[in-house]
Design a protein around this ligand. Sequence first.
Ligand code: NDP
Length: 241
Amino acid sequence: MGRVAIVTGGTRGIGRAIGEMLRDQHGCTVIANYAGNDEAARAFSDETGMPTVKFDVGDHEAAVAGCQAVEDEHGPVDILVNNAGITRDGTLLKMSYDDWHDVMRINLGGCFNMAKAVFPGMKDRKWGRIVNIGSINGQAGQYGQVNYAAAKSGIHGFTKALAQEGARFGITVNAIAPGYIDTDMVAAVPEAVLEKIVAKIPVGRLGQAEEIARGVSFLCSEDGGFVTGSTMSINGGQHMY
Ligand code: NDP
């Protein structure tokens, strides 16, 4: 019997690729969380046969209840991938408080809410894998993204702190910092801006969602058990440090 994994924002883009790889490479039962796009969720389930669960990861009560519902139906969650994320871009001068707060609440608060729900069970069972999806823009900053860069940077700190708490219970906590990946999120970037971004990527192209999923797959494996508190950059060489 494979392990149970929950992937937030798992019905589209990077999250979908992660879920499919955890199922195919590790035999996991994968539950894909999503926020509101029922059409995409239905298409995902029809095409993959994988179950979905709808709740806002940024809503603490909803996230805790959602995880409980998943555990009641599928068994204890062994693997959590905090992948759900949004952008609300704009320069500081134009950014509203709501744009700041929504991104912090969902992108960073969602990691807390989800970890809070599943960490106690992982601790009791002495095994767990938590992978948080950060961003190159949390490492390097990005014009027009003080909210997103702050939330993603926060994810990297959250990861290192929680890794220290989980280590003696067999729980690893790591982050992946993707560069620009060909998903709906990047499709929303104006073409002229995107051209300039691609020109700065040494490998000369956008990444594919599967290239992030491979990193997650390793971090969730038994072989990845000595890796914790790390950030794996998968960005085509765009940011090196
Ligand atoms: P997409 O926009 O393609 O998909 C986002 C997914 O997250 C959807 O399933 C969406 O659900 C879900 N989601 C959004 N808000 C919430 C919420 N409040 N609660 C639960 N689920 C939610 O994103 P990507 O695949 O491009 O990105 C995935 C992650 O990778 C994000 O954290 C993003 O910040 C990060 N990232 C992406 C990069 C890229 O270049 N694409 C680069 C670096 C990092 P629904 O369909 O219902 O809206």
